[in-house]
Unconditional design. Structure first.
Lengths: 113, 110
């Protein structure tokens, strides 16, 4: 079982560049989430998709956009990367509305220079 | 608002017990969680407790829940160097998400 797969695992961007972080799950989960992790800050919710066709802002959405491409895939886009977006990004999925059975991907480590 | 607080660091000697504490705000959480993150890795679910329980034991791990005080603790018995990691407490958010504390870095000295 692959679970939640994130690509790429590492990325270095220059300020102003754009990129898309990919996330796919194979557990037939309805809900998917993007978090960022910064030292001493824990994980903060960027965007989430409660079900296919819906997306909503989380705690720290500025500078990001998301697309729920289908039930399996939920991408996170940085249109114009800034150094403040240097972070580790985690995708997660779950059965809709339930935190039990939450599954995380292994993370994407992004550096913006 | 929803918030989870935990201390940032804990240092113990190998073989001792470790106790990591957490306070949370949302009394409606059905489950409360402890996640473990080893260096350079993702988050691994360590254990959880259902909100109508006050204690759960799983091998070396004991979770205590005090709903009145909104206090959650994780006790690791006979702490080993392999237990060195960051431990996150998490409660359920209103959006089906998890709300995490900032994490407690556990250092185990030989």
């Amino acid at each position: 079982n692959a679970g939640v797969t994130q690509t790429p695992k590492f990325q270095v961007l220059k300020t102003g560049q754009s990129m898309t972080l990919q996330c796919a799950q194979d557990m037939n989960h309805n809900s998917m989430y993007w978090y960022r992790q910064d030292p001493g800050m824990g994980l903060r919710l960027i965007y989430y998709s409660a079900s296919e066709g819906t997306t909503d802002k989380g705690e720290v959405p500025n500078g990001y956009n998301v697309s729920r491409l289908n039930k399996r895939e939920f991408s996170l886009r940085l249109e114009s990367a800034a150094p403040s977006q240097t972070s580790v990004y985690f995708c997660a999925s779950s059965v809709e509305g339930r935190t039990y059975g939450y599954t995380f991907g292994s993370g994407t480590r992004l550096t913006v220079v | 608002g929803e918030d989870v607080e935990q201390s940032l660091f804990l240092s113990v000697r190998e073989g001792d017990s470790s106790v990591i504490n957490c306070t949370y705000t949302d009394s409606s959480s059905t489950y409360l969680y402890w996640y473990k993150q080893e260096p350079g890795a993702g988050l691994q679910l360590l254990t959880y407790i259902f909100s109508n329980m006050d204690m759960k034991q799983d091998q070396r791990l004991t979770v205590l829940l005090n709903k009145k005080d909104k206090h959650l603790s994780l006790r690791i018995a006979d702490t080993q160097t392999g237990d060195s990691a960051i431990y996150f407490c998490a409660e359920e958010g209103s959006q089906g998400n998890l709300i995490f504390g900032k994490g407690t870095k556990l250092s185990v000295k030989p």
